[in-house]
Design a protein. Structure first.
Length: 94
């Protein structure tokens, strides 16, 4: 896909988000919305065991009130990802 087309799609997406928020009484700039939502993150905790395995837990942080207001207005699920637990066997070099 051509890069110019991607920019056009991104612009239309941003315009639709702004329109939806304004129609719900939220009059914030794109930058303000981006700044608020950037603090809702995904974290990975890595826990090595004494048995040569590692447990990786990946989940989103708890959304704050300002996140929930925006998600509700945009009809978006506030859960970014479902929590995941993954066991990995460590490979030791000899």
């Amino acid at each position: 896909m051509e890069i110019g087309i991607l920019f056009v799609h991104a612009y239309h997406l941003l315009a639709a988000i702004e329109h939806t928020l304004r129609s719900k009484g939220i009059h914030e700039s794109r930058g303000s919305v981006r700044e608020k939502l950037r603090t809702h993150q995904i974290c990975t905790v890595v826990l090595p065991t004494d048995k040569g395995e590692t447990l990786k837990i990946r989940r989103d942080t708890k959304p704050e009130k300002e996140h929930l207001v925006l998600y509700q207005a945009l009809d978006i699920n506030p859960r970014i990802i479902e929590p995941r637990k993954t066991w990995v066997k460590n490979i030791r070099e000899i």
